[in-house]
Design a protein around this ligand. Structure first.
Ligand code: NIG
Ligand code: ZN
Length: 412
């Protein structure tokens, strides 16, 4: 199938050379072609340019994008969208005054979702999860990371990986599976965390490696969960089994996980609601992407990641949804881009860079996704008519998406 899009008001994130990351002051720049066309064949970007230079192309399908913006689909590099049930009763508990940590301390939170997942069939988990994925695809997400982490046993974690594998085979979106090997300590290991970590390193990680579904490993490094010694042990076992870290750090407390992540060549360090100068120093010169999750801060009422500090230090930044039942039950990246501008004080250009090319980098796929570059994958958002791309974050919580092209397929 070949598709030609003509009369595009603004074509965003256009790069003739294959840019794979944008850092520091460069994030303020978004390359835009005004009054443009774009031509794709199958799943690949073939050509683009200004309408004034356009010579007729014989495409199977032509889309007139007069008054509309076209941009690369959102690259959401941090989600937990495979889960069972919901946590609406804990949501009400929080409204009534309990904190996320208090709910977790009485056996709720991640343990609650784990119980639900263990009691739900693979088929049912698949159905619930693919429905969530289809919804976010319609909202403009074209590539998405999905973590395990609600299994909390070898068997249930592997069950989650298999569900993610099936989703990856069945969807047009690009899926990056991550083994969230250490998300919480199950009740029965409360007094014997070492035993649980041993199970993770000796059994879960090698078995997950043998399945060859995921190449990334995650740990929730936090007080009451896994400390930096645990992190070190688990990342080492991961490395020995071909997993690269993408980790949860500095959400409620700063335990020093950023430096450990960087030391182990993490692809990303995510959350960072608390951030020290030491963390910034550790990130400088590394190939680790800091990732902010403003949907989680919004929903839990915790501090927002000091994103300006990161970008103003010359670092890159990605933003992601953190879609999960406890701290961010939404995968709407349009909202995340709006929240990044309103709350993290990113400019629209920085936010769009953070949600496209840098999001792709944080999944290890920015050589193929996240920009309009010849040879890259054909994943685009075609917006509703608007005056300027700045309206995407400005009209926060609106849906700017009219049509999408995902893996070369037009969905209307
Ligand atoms: N903080 C750890 N993990 C998730 C929340 C998981 C849950 O509450 O179910 C997060 O990124 O916020
Ligand atoms: Zn998360």
């Amino acid at each position: 199938m070949s598709i030609l899009i003509t009369n595009i008001k603004q074509l965003l994130q256009v790069h003739d050379h294959n840019v794979t990351i944008v850092k520091g002051t460069d994030m303020k720049h978004l390359s835009v072609l005004e009054n443009a066309y774009l031509y794709i064949e199958h799943d690949t970007i073939i050509e683009y340019g200004k309408m004034e230079d356009y010579h007729p192309i014989d495409a199977e399908k032509t889309v007139d994008a007069t008054g509309k913006i076209v941009l690369p689909s959102w690259c959401d590099s941090h989600t937990h969208l495979v889960y069972a049930g919901d946590r609406t009763s804990e949501y009400v508990d929080r409204i009534n005054g309990l904190s996320y940590e208090e709910i977790a301390a009485r056996g709720g939170g991640i343990l609650n979702s784990a119980k639900e997942l263990q009691n739900t069939s693979e088929e049912d988990i698949y159905d619930q999860s693919i429905a969530r994925l289809d919804e976010i695809i319609r909202m403009g997400t074209g590539a998405v990371e999905i973590k395990t982490g609600y299994g909390l046993s070898v068997e249930a974690e592997l069950k989650m990986l298999k569900v993610i594998k099936r989703i990856k085979q069945d969807t047009l979106a690009y899926i990056t599976p991550t083994l969230l090997a250490a998300h919480a300590i199950p009740q029965k290991y409360r007094k014997n965390k070492e035993k649980y970590i041993e199970q993770i390193t000796q059994e879960l990680i090698p078995k997950a490696n043998a399945l060859n579904i995921s190449h990334f490993i995650d740990v929730f490094c936090e007080e009451g969960y896994f400390d930096i010694d645990d992190l070190e042990i688990i990342l080492k076992a991961g490395k020995a089994n071909n997993f690269r870290p993408k980790i949860h750090v500095n959400q409620f407390n700063n335990l020093g996980g950023v430096a450990i992540g960087v030391k182990h060549n993490a692809l990303s360090v995510d959350h960072l609601e608390l951030l020290s100068d030491k963390d910034i120093k550790a990130l400088k010169g590394s190939s680790t992407m800091p990732v902010a999750l403003p949907g989680c801060s919004f929903f839990l009422g915790i501090p927002y990641t000091p994103a300006r500090k990161l970008i103003d230090a010359g670092l890159p930044l990605a933003i992601a949804s953190d879609y999960n039942p406890g701290s961010a039950p939404s995968g709407n990246m349009n909202f995340i881009v709006g929240a990044a501008c309103a709350k993290l004080k990113l400019t629209p250009e920085e936010a769009i860079n953070a949600a496209t090319i840098n999001g792709a980098y944080a999944m290890g796929i920015s050589n193929m996704y996240g920009s309009v570059t010849r040879g890259k994958k054909a994943n685009f958002i075609i917006t509703k008519p608007m005056n300027h791309y700045r309206e995407i974050p400005y009209s926060f919580a609106h849906n700017p998406v009219e049509q999408i092209i995902i893996n070369g397929t037009l969905l209307e």
